[in-house]
Design a binder for this molecule. Structure first.
Ligand code: ATP
Length: 273
């Protein structure tokens, strides 16, 4: 049985539809990456699974049970935790207080602070400091620790590498690998495609709210990924991933200017293994 099954998920903000019939699965212990350009719907997908964006019926099932319509705190209690984009730490709280906020919905089952400090030893000496006095990398550790303290079976991370130096990103992904070794299932949203594909077993690419490609990371050709990511025609693709991990808005918009014509439908399911 899959730990998480998302079937034909639609999500809307008022009249605006952000997700169209998205399907995604994660087996227990798997690492999944969700990639896609700005506005593709990646955060919406995670926020819908986490319950902060509404979903209907049993489009989302976790451990065999539908979780659509549950409150975010109920979803945390079921074993799903989210590290949100931009960390969203509580500015007026210390590191320790921020970490403890994550345990709120799992008062009996949560990890102890000590267990979180074993995973992120750097945070132990910073426990009483304001979270905002920390470096960006350390703040990201607090955000991951705050999610992890609820002892999730599924940890979802939104844009962990945003704004961080490559060395710090590398360290954070090494820690995620350790977390995974403990049996936690992971879904990471990443704009750094190389990082995502190196880390994850399987990749889903979103484009304009639809899954434009899914497949096993090691079996996807960079050319397929470029086309699914940007929605460009085959003869416009570059045959490599040189620009996908640059994080450069300029590079992205160059490609996007060519992406206006074709829809993503031609690439859907192309990388299915
Ligand atoms: P990014 O990498 O820029 O965060 P994303 O792939 O995570 O992009 P989402 O943030 O999920 O994309 O946004 C998907 C679409 O939904 C975009 O068109 C965005 O403008 C829209 N959207 C996101 N949040 C809201 C909201 N609260 N209200 C209205 N529209 C929203």
């Amino acid at each position: 049985m899959k730990l998480l099954t998302v079937s034909n998920l639609n999500a809307t903000y008022g009249d605006f539809q952000a997700l169209y019939g998205v399907c995604l699965e994660a087996a227990e212990g798997e690492a999944i990456a969700v990639i896609g350009a700005n506005g593709a719907g990646k955060s919406t997908l995670l926020n819908t699974i986490a319950g902060s964006v509404a979903s209907k019926g049993d489009a989302i099932r976790f451990a065999g049970e539908p979780i659509g319509g549950l409150h975010p705190w109920q979803i945390v209690a079921r074993g799903i935790a989210l590290v949100p984009e931009g960390r969203r730490l509580f500015a007026s709280l210390t590191v320790e207080e921020n970490l403890l906020m994550g345990a709120y919905s799992r008062s009996r089952d949560a990890h102890s602070l000590d267990e979180i400090y074993k995973i992120f030893p750097q945070l132990r000496s910073r426990a009483r400091q304001s979270s905002l006095s920390l470096s960006g990398g350390e703040q990201q550790m607090v955000a991951i620790g705050r999610a992890l303290i609820s002892k999730p079976r599924l940890l979802m991370c939104d844009e962990l590498s945003l704004g961080l130096a490559p060395k710090i990103v590398g360290e954070i992904y090494e820690t995620l690998a350790l977390i995974r070794e403990r049996g936690v299932t992971l879904i990471v949203v990443e704009q750094n495609v190389r990082q995502a594909m190196a880390f994850a077993d399987r990749v889903y690419c979103l484009q304009e709210g639809r899954v434009s490609l899914e497949g096993i990371s090691t079996q996807l050709h960079p050319d397929q990924v470029s086309r699914a990511y940007f929605g460009i025609r085959q003869n416009q693709s570059q045959g490599d991933l040189p620009d996908l991990d640059s994080g450069s808005p300029g590079v992205r918009s160059d490609f996007n200017s060519e992406a206006s014509g074709p829809t993503n439908s031609g690439f859907a399911g192309e990388g299915r293994a």
